[in-house]
Design a protein around this ligand. Structure first.
Ligand SMILES: [Zn+2]
Length: 384
């Protein structure tokens, strides 16, 4: 009897693992994986100012290559549970769709690679030709401080090494098999602060309105940062908030600021990007506007997993099962792949992302079956 990914997904959805709570999800996986012969470890990480988070690492086999499957069992809150057509932690199947928070992001994906790994082992005498590892965190949806980044370090300190990784995040856009994520843009947050001179609004000549300066600098910074690169769309800077905080109608404020985020491609390092933005502001300011930048620390660097044998293997497996030729994409937000890429090449492939983080998050039951078949094919080809 093949392992049923749908049953695993339903069990996981019924665990209230709202970030950063473990909610029983890792305990359930630990039982399942131990019974299949995996050596399973749990690791709780903590640091001041953050909640302690439970994580899981499992491995079967001691030889190379070591194929890693990665994911997270934590989910975002359900929001207004009454607005859901089916309870967010019920794991109900209605009209051939499985409903629940995490159905696609990403308990569904975990259920599929766990089922695929167990079935692969059952078909090969309980042992892989190399090793299969699973790295499952409970801290992806929130601050991502006590999760994958520390679990990878913990594993490396134990002597673990990985050859390739599949991260089971919902990578597909419209239909299962349409997209593999093979890299992500970097993300950087900053604040632009313009200082002027406060004064009476009726006597602007005696004041220096920082809003004027802020507007001219903002206009200059919003221009495209590049034309894109081989694997990436153009980098862009988006302002997310403009803040003066002036409640008085007849007062020219003394300071104005604007917060922004930059999504950047592989034409920039973080340092070079800051230099470019600061240079643009300097030119626009022309010595007349007084300004400064505050940069927030960022652990989301750009990366790309270049096409090669591993990518080809994944593409072929997806094409075998779905008949589709997946596109290699670097679009979208950041994910834990930004940490994994420091240890081994990583591709992201999972369910269809359409309903992730939404009310009535759900996946077709058939997609769970198909994704399991794809992961199984990937494992077969990898050790084949
Ligand atoms: Zn996710």
């Amino acid at each position: 009897m093949p392992t049923d990914p749908v049953a695993i997904a339903r069990e996981l959805i019924r665990c209230r693992s709202i970030t950063p709570d473990e909610g029983g999800a890792l305990a359930y996986l630990q039982g399942l994986l131990s019974r299949a012969g995996f050596e399973v470890h749990r690791a709780v990480f903590a640091e001041p100012g953050t909640a302690p988070v439970d994580n899981l690492y499992a491995r079967i086999g001691r030889s190379r290559p070591n194929l890693l499957f990665a994911g997270h069992t934590d989910v975002v809150p359900a929001g207004n549970e009454g607005a859901w057509s089916h309870p967010p932690f019920g794991g109900e199947i209605v009209g051939n769709r499985l409903y629940g928070r995490g159905a696609v992001d990403m308990k569904g994906g975990i259920a599929c690679f766990v089922a695929a790994a167990i079935d692969y082992l059952a078909a090969h005498g309980g042992k892989p030709k190399g090793s299969i590892s699973l790295l499952i965190t409970g801290d992806e949806e929130s601050v991502a401080v006590n999760g994958t980044v520390k679990l990878l370090k913990w594993a490396a300190e134990r002597g673990e090494s990985f050859d390739h990784c599949i991260l089971g995040e919902p990578s597909n856009v419209g239909v299962l098999g349409d997209t593999i994520k093979a890299g992500r843009r970097g993300s950087l947050n900053g604040t632009l602060i313009v200082t002027g001179r406060q004064g009476h609004v009726a006597y602007p000549e005696r004041a220096d309105n920082p809003i004027r300066g802020l507007m001219s600098l903002m206009a200059a910074l919003q221009a495209p940062l590049d034309e894109g690169s081989e694997h990436f769309s153009p980098s862009h800077l988006e302002f997310t908030s403009v803040d003066v905080g002036n409640a008085t109608v007849n007062l020219i404020p003394g300071e104005a600021s604007a917060r922004f985020n930059v999504r950047y491609n592989d034409r920039h390092s973080q340092t070079a990007l800051k230099t470019l933005i600061e240079h643009r502001a300097k030119v626009a300011a022309g010595g007349r506007v007084h300004y400064s930048f505050e940069w927030q620390p960022s652990n989301a660097d750009v990366f790309v997993t270049k096409p090669g044998p591993f990518t080809e293997l994944a593409v072929a497996a997806i094409a075998d099962i779905t008949g589709r030729q997946p596109k290699l994409s670097t679009s979208g937000g950041t994910s834990d792949a930004r940490f994994i890429k420091n240890y081994c090449p990583v591709l992201e492939f999972g369910l269809v992302g359409q309903t992730m983080h939404q009310t009535d998050e759900s996946t077709p039951v058939q997609d769970l079956v198909t994704l399991t078949a794809i992961y199984r094919r990937i494992v077969e080809k990898y050790f084949g």
